[in-house]
Design a protein. Structure first.
Length: 264
């Protein structure tokens, strides 16, 4: 009986080590804190998902495929409805894209963002399910470009000029810290009752009074640790004095809201 129990244990272990995509969801570690930033990945190749950093076989793969109506599907064999990252959007269909363009907007592209809890040289640990705070590992594949800012990615992948060879790489990772993401955002929204300080950890100051009572009119200037400096979003030359500093997260969530792009 003991021998049979031992053999069953060994077979179970071998089965778990050789788990293939499409099998049951393995135990995934949870993470409740805000993490370090946001990860975006190109859609050109399937994305293997690992339960642990040292696993040789992914427990699932994510494939992003365009549908007949023009929008995109996020396909997994194991996670299925439990695939719930920080932000994902299937993009406009051909029809909704035409309507948005006629309204003076744009055809909205698909979007996929993961919240990162650990960024290492060979992998990113991300939250794959925001409702249950489940995490997994995405390994950095050979030949992929890794960018730290949107500007760096756009410059590297810009069209070549004057006959120069281009540097476009269709396979890439864009990992932005929360600070970098807030600094490039078009608008940062801050509630009027949020504490504002003259410097990080310094003296508290009154929230600025604006003629238009606009609390969506901020951008982020400098970032120091957990602190973000608020500036006027229309002061492109940075001639106006900054409004002050806020703590942009509480350890669990962001305390400010942001919009990456504007469509006016």
């Amino acid at each position: 009986m003991k021998f049979c129990f031992f053999m069953l244990s060994v077979l179970f272990s071998l089965s778990a080590c050789g788990r293939q995509p499409g099998s049951a969801l393995p135990p995934l570690a949870r993470y409740d804190s805000i993490g370090t930033g946001i990860l975006q990945i190109s859609f050109t190749e399937k994305i293997p998902l690992y339960a642990n950093a040292g696993d040789k076989t992914p427990f699932d793969t994510l494939a992003v495929r365009q549908k007949k109506d023009g929008s995109y599907a996020f396909l997994t064999k194991v996670l299925k409805t439990r695939f719930a990252p920080y932000r994902f959007f299937e993009g406009d269909t051909y029809e909704t894209g035409r309507r948005h363009i006629n309204m003076g907007l744009v055809h909205f592209s698909p979007e996929l963002q993961f919240r990162v809890v650990e960024a290492a040289k060979t992998y990113f640990r991300v939250v794959i399910n925001e409702k249950e705070k489940l995490t997994c590992f995405i390994r950095i594949q050979p030949g992929y470009a890794v960018y730290e800012t949107m500007v760096q990615k756009d410059l590297h992948n810009s069209m070549p000029a004057n006959g120069k060879k281009g540097t476009y790489n269709p396979n890439w990772y864009l990992y932005e810290t929360w600070g970098n993401l807030l600094q490039r955002s078009a608008i940062v929204h801050v509630k009027p009752d949020m504490p504002l300080f003259e410097s990080p950890g310094g003296k508290r100051i009154p929230f600025p009074k604006r003629d238009d009572s606009c609390d969506d009119c901020f951008k982020v200037g400098e970032v120091r640790g957990d602190w973000a400096q608020l500036t006027d979003r229309e002061d492109y030359g940075r001639k106006k004095k900054p409004y002050g500093w806020v703590k942009f997260h509480n350890g669990q969530t962001l305390t400010v809201a942001y919009a990456e792009f504007l469509y006016e």
